[in-house]
Every structure is written in C-alpha cells, then in structure tokens.
Design a protein around this ligand. Structure first.
Ligand code: AMP
Ligand code: MN
Ligand code: MN
Ligand code: MN
Length: 296
C-alpha cells in the first residue's frame, strides 16, 4: 500500500535517523509523499536539497512549531512553504532562541537535583549528546552546535547515559515532566503567532495531534475554534496507532470547524515500531478534504 505521511522527525531535532535514512525508510515502507517536520528547524530540508536521493519520494517542506494556548503546549505543523522564503530564517531563529533559553532553564532545574553538576555543565553535555547523534550519521549530516535544536529527549538520553534512569519514559517521569521542570510553556509564542508565521511563509498551518493534549471536549472545541479563527487550515485526523474511535471523533471536529484533514505518523525512532513512518490507516475518512488536495 502506498501512503502519505506528513509528520516525521530526524536527527535535526529529536529523531534518531538522519534525513537520508528517514527518506530511505519511508521509501522502503511505500511512502510516496513525506513531510519532514522537525521541532522548530528546517535543517533536514536544507541538507536534503543538496543530496541526490534515489527513487521518486515526494518531499514536502515542514516544521513543527512549539506554541502555547490557554495554558497548554500546542504544536503547529507548518507544511509546503518555499524553503527559500526570505523570512523562514527569522522564524527558525526566534524558535531556536526560545528553545535555547528553555534548555538553560531545564539545565538549571536539573542541577538543583544533581549536586555533582552545575547548569552550564549539564547544558554542554546535553548539547554534546545532540551533536554526537548527528556525527554518527552515515550521510554526513552535521549541524553546528548553535543550529542544533535540543529538547527534553536529549536531556533524557544524557540522564540515561549517566545511569540516572533506565529509559526515556523513566527520565521523563523522574526528571523532565512539567511538575519537575517548571513552566516550560512560558518560553513559546502563542498559537496564533505560530499560525501567522506559517501563513506568512505561504505554508499550510496544521494543528498537530489534537488527541494528545488530553483536553476535555469543551476545551478541545475552544482550541479548534481559536485555531480556525487564527487562520489555521487543517488538523491531523489520524496518526500511527490511533484508536478508530478517536479518528472518527477528530473527523467530526474537522467537518464542524471547516478544516482540511492531515495525517502523519510523528515518527521519531525505529526502536518504537508502533509509531513508524507510513504506519497509517489506508485512507482518510471520505467526507474530509485532504490537506494535500490543493498542493501542486
Ligand atoms: P520538547 O520538545 O523538549 O518539549 O520534548 C518533547 C518531545 O519529547 C516530544 O516531541 C516527544 O518526542 C518526546 N517525549 C515526550 N514525552 C515522552 C516520553 N514520556 N517518553 C519519551 N519521549 C517523550
Ligand atoms: Mn519529538
Ligand atoms: Mn508534537
Ligand atoms: Mn512531532
């Protein structure tokens, strides 16, 4: 079965495959259209533009922006914007600065609990983890330390390397969830800002994984209404491993708020096969307008 996957990550953010490896895996898994949507960076796309990829995978530009809305962290996926847009760099830089400040904050909070370390040392070690991950790339994908978008998964990996926890889940539970780390949302722009940025770049603004926010139906509807009125175009209706009942509910919201429908696996890591690139239901519910319909 051939498929379209519009949400995925590489070592440019917190994925474990480099951009070429991700494209290869996508093709092996019969994906014909792939959006790489790293957290707050388009470095994988710039890199891939210089590579001669085999096969005929259709690559869609993408980015997953961290934003906030009403006390919640909301992810906005921007799709199909021109990679050479003159303002793209401004958006990436703004998000990069927020992510850096936030990472220093996380390092400070961790240092209070790890007496052998101070915040600067932790920050440096975690940056090394992220940079090292790229240096293992077989395809020469490396970023300068100031271009790497580090996030909590990199902190988690460092904590595991240090023997402080056994796995990612434990690291998040013990050290990295919001009750341990404090208000991480405070570092991000508002959701409406994220939507405005994507629109300014000429892209399609998609509300990422609405089922993941654990909101009541009332709150989710308020979010969808604000997203729509902010100029949002589409919402993700299905991903890897979503229960059918959730897909049906999201499809109803999609119609109710007059949004287009998107789908993406949110693939990060081949070690987690239940979320794999292209692992999606065979088609979108037929009464929805796919987000790719209007793309040339
Ligand atoms: P950040 O962008 O720093 O907020 O990190 C969030 C990322 O961490 C998400 O995109 C997920 O990839 C990952 N993540 C969140 N919770 C967990 C968890 N419990 N175990 C493993 N990874 C997680
Ligand atoms: Mn992630
Ligand atoms: Mn996300
Ligand atoms: Mn994602």
């Amino acid at each position: 079965m051939i498929s379209i996957d519009l949400h995925s990550h590489t070592t440019a953010s917190d994925g474990t495959l480099d951009p070429v490896e991700l494209c290869q895996r996508a093709q092996e898994r019969q994906v014909h259209t792939l959006a790489i949507t790293d957290h707050d960076t388009v470095a994988a796309h710039h890199f891939l533009r210089e590579q001669a990829l085999e096969g005929d995978l259709r690559l869609i530009t993408g980015i997953e922006l961290s934003t906030t809305w009403s006390g919640a962290e909301i992810h906005i996926v921007g799709l199909n914007f021109p990679l050479d847009h003159k303002d793209l760099d401004m958006v990436v830089k703004a998000q990069g600065e927020s992510r850096r400040k936030r990472s220093h904050h996380i390092a400070e909070r961790l240092a209070r609990r790890l007496p052998d370390w101070n915040a600067d040392q932790i920050f440096q070690k975690v940056l090394d983890v992220a940079v090292e991950q790229q240096q293992n790339s077989r395809h020469g994908f490396t970023l300068k330390p100031d271009e790497v978008q580090i996030g909590r998964p990199h902190f988690a990996r460092w904590l595991i390397n240090e023997g402080r926890c056994n796995d990612m889940d434990a690291a998040f539970r013990k050290y990295l969830d919001n009750s341990k780390i404090g208000n991480l949302k405070a570092f991000w722009p508002r959701m409406s800002q994220g939507v405005a940025w994507v629109r300014a770049l000429g892209g399609t603004a998609v509300l990422a994984h609405p089922g993941k926010y654990r909101m009541t139906a009332t709150k989710l509807r308020a979010l969808l209404k604000d997203f729509k009125l902010a100029g949002g175009h589409a919402m993700e209706v299905q991903g890897s491993n979503h229960p059918q009942s959730q897909v049906e509910q999201m499809a109803r919201y999609c119609q109710e708020y007059n949004l287009m429908a998107s789908q993406g696996s949110d693939f990060h890591n081949p070690d987690y096969p239940w979320v794999d690139v292209g692992r999606l239901p065979p088609s979108l519910p037929s009464n929805l307008t796919p987000v790719w319909e209007g793309w040339k």
